[in-house]
Design a protein around this ligand. Structure first.
Ligand code: CMC
Length: 426
């Protein structure tokens, strides 16, 4: 293969370098394009733009492959824990036993937020969306734990631990405040997921009894969400991080981007959709027709990168089968989801557009079974994605070609005109 691409523009030929990744993904390097030719590229939704080189996550959307640092998502989901996967994603290698212990201890030691911050929760309206609270509180961490401009390795490790651990504490506390219960503090005796569930559901008058199947399901949910290369929120994290903003603001910007219903907000929308079908008595086939006619969107279907079945959705569907078969845990919404999938997967509309279930299609059913309130679904996604945001931020800030992200545009507004006094305006 040649290592340059030829571009002919206004009669002149330019050689553009080709960049090839370790999985043979190819890109045309246009770093010097504007400088050499005066042209920029246009790419709506950035669907053809490689914004960086990254060694964190590999996705083959056509084949439905997802790997973190080379490890297939199926193996991590089956064998790893969220804390171990977080270490892998952030630091690049599976930890040895001592490294994992040290990392776990650091997460535990960093899990409290400054007590004065707990007062902030009183300032939010009772019905505030927890993603709004989470983004505000994460940004506020910068005022209590200011990060110096030049970070030593130890400081950076501490910031990573603060965020992975405190995002979980803040999330659970915001829920407690929203239901008018006292906050529950993290416990050194509990592991990451158990700790979160305990902070969410125990109270001074009732202990929370852990169900290992629920713990496993939530753990798997978090592992599957740990990173997903240059998605909307991660690109936001890189964009904001490129200005050298402090890491708390950077992660807060990721939370904001994740909130939208085309991105992380879809998991909440899927359950709303399934319950709407259940309660309205509409047939799933009718709903699919409405989605084809654009009267609805089949939430949890379609993906910018996957043009095959999302491998995360496969794993979550499997967990739904096991979890929702337990006595007392059956959910008619699961049957509706499977019927929607079966209908869509035979319909040319979905097949021709390569629209398959994505990670959000089955994840909400798992969170619902764990009694997580619907408006906390995207918060759970944010807890899971925090290691990925941190990994991408670290990778970017340590890379040799680290620059301020500043795209160009093609201006389509009015040409130069001159200020009119009020009396002259028509
Ligand atoms: N239901 C019905 N039609 C759809 C759907 C859907 N869920 N998704 C895409 N289409 C159609 C769309 O109308 C378009 O049709 P046409 O070519 O006739 O105009 C075609 O498929 C291509 O869609 P697109 O919107 O141009 O594709 P995109 O890559 O810009 O959007 C998406 C990807 C995820 C935003 C979109 O598929 C969607 O809105 N899905 C539902 C929301 C959802 O589940 N989001 C979670 C994404 S995965 C988790 C994450 O990464 O955060």
């Amino acid at each position: 293969m040649t290592d340059t691409a030829k571009l002919i523009l206004e009669g002149k030929t330019y050689d553009l370098p080709i960049v090839v990744g370790t999985e043979n993904e190819k890109a045309i390097d246009i770093t010097r394009l504007r400088q050499d030719t005066g042209f920029v590229t246009m790419d709506s939704g950035l669907a053809n733009t490689g914004s960086c080189k990254s060694g964190v996550t590999f996705i083959d959307g056509e084949k439905g492959i997802l790997r973190f640092r080379g490890y297939p998502i199926e193996e991590l989901a089956a064998k790893s824990t969220f804390v171990e996967t977080a270490y892998l994603v952030v630091y690049g290698e599976l930890p040895k036993a001592t490294q994992l212990k040290k990392f776990s201890n650091l997460l535990n030691a960093s899990s409290l937020i400054h007590e004065d911050m707990t007062h902030f929760f009183f300032g939010f309206p009772r019905d505030a969306h927890p993603m709004g609270i989470l983004s505000t509180m994460v940004a506020s961490l910068s005022t209590f734990y200011p990060a110096p401009e030049d970070l030593t390795e130890d400081m950076e490790n501490q910031l990573v631990a603060n965020l992975i651990s405190q995002v979980r504490t803040i999330s659970a506390m915001s829920y407690k405040k929203s239901i008018g219960e006292p906050v529950v503090y993290p416990s050194i005796k509990l592991k990451y997921v158990e700790n979160f569930l305990n902070m969410m559901f125990s109270s001074p008058v009732k202990d929370y009894v852990q169900d290992p199947d629920i713990v496993h399901a939530v753990e798997t949910f978090l592992i599957l969400h740990a990173d997903h290369e240059q998605n909307c929120s991660t690109s936001t994290v890189r964009m904001v991080g490129s200005s050298l903003a402090n890491i708390y603001s950077v992660v807060s910007s990721g939370v904001c981007a994740l909130w939208g219903r085309r991105h992380g907000g879809a998991n909440q929308e899927v359950i709303t959709m399934l319950e709407h079908i259940r309660d309205s008595g509409a047939k799933p086939a009718e709903f699919v027709e409405r989605a084809k006619n654009r009267a609805e969107r089949l939430m949890g279907f379609g993906h910018r990168v996957y043009k095959a079945y999302d491998p995360r959705a496969k794993i979550l569907k499997e967990i739904c089968h096991k979890l929702l078969a337990k006595p007392g845990m059956t959910d008619p919404c699961f049957d509706i989801a499977m019927e929607l999938e079966a209908i869509a997967m035979k319909d040319p509309y979905f097949l021709e557009r390569n629209l398959y279930p994505n990670v959000d299609f089955y994840s909400g059913l798992i969170l619902k079974a764990a009694a997580i309130p619907y408006d906390m679904f995207t918060v759970l996604f944010a807890i899971g994605r925090t290691p990925g945001w941190l990994a991408q931020w670290r990778e970017m800030t340590h890379s040799e070609d680290f620059r301020l992200a500043r795209p160009r545009q093609i201006y389509t507004g009015p040409n130069e005109r001159h200020y009119l006094d009020m009396k002259d305006r028509k």
